[in-house]
Design a protein around this ligand. Structure first.
Ligand code: GRF
Length: 216
């Protein structure tokens, strides 16, 4: 399956996906990495891995729709079958999202539906939750909504700052996203009535922090 990864910045999740795709027998290949920011560090990670990159700078477009049309064109031209948002900080138009329905996935650093949007770790600390985590889900027009493929739980520790909590969640993200992508490219994560039904996914053997299903 040809994958297009959308980024806006650092690209640590992109790196985890690149490494996953390099595993023998992995049924997906990253065909292009597209950034809406010219200075996104993730672009260099992709280039170092020999993956074609493209900058589509949103500032060059008069409207969200014209930016999205160019993004759609580039993805189709490359033959992309699945989009992975990996720290992509643009809201996509409903039209774009509907065109890629069930063919676009996203990672969000909270246990959705809790803490949608920005500043999630600050808000988790303010709320006093003991457990937070991350979620990979199919994209829907409403921000950070859509059928959940996989989640990982991460403890909040007494002395956490938004930064220390973000770092702990990010470690989990780097395990969760490749695992969820594997389920999708193998056709083992199907959307049925806005829930994801997993086939042959092993929820057992769950490690210290809770991943569901379990990464393997
Ligand atoms: C991650 O925490 C991801 O969950 C969120 O944005 C951050 C991107 O980090 N959507 P990176 O660019 O993958 O390092």
């Amino acid at each position: 399956m040809k994958i297009g990864v959308l980024i806006s910045g650092r690209g640590s999740n992109l790196k985890a996906l690149i490494e996953a795709c390099a595993e023998p027998g992995f049924r997906g290949r990253i065909a292009i990495v597209i950034s809406n920011r010219p200075n996104a560090a993730g672009l260099a990670l992709a280039a170092a891995a020999g993956i074609p990159t493209l900058v589509i700078d949103h500032k060059d477009f008069a409207s969200r729709e014209t930016f999205d049309a160019e993004l759609d064109r580039a993805l189709r031209e490359t033959g992309v079958e699945l989009i992975c948002n990996a720290g992509f900080m643009r809201i996509l138009s409903d039209g774009f999202v509907e065109k890629w329905r069930n063919r676009q996935i996203n990672i969000h650093p909270s246990l959705l539906p809790a803490f949608k949007g920005l500043h999630v770790h600050r808000r988790a600390l303010d709320a006093g939750v003991r457990i937070t985590g991350c979620t990979v889900h199919f994209v829907r027009p409403e921000m950070d909504e859509g059928p959940i493929i996989a989640q990982a739980a991460v403890p909040v520790l007494p002395d956490d700052t938004p930064e220390t909590l973000a770092a702990r969640v990010l470690e989990a993200e780097h395990k969760l996203y490749p695992m969820a992508l594997k389920l999708v490219v193998e056709g083992r994560a199907r959307v049925v009535g806005e829930h994801v039904v997993l086939s042959d996914a092993d929820g057992g053997n769950v490690p210290a922090a809770l991943f569901m299903p379990s990464p393997r």
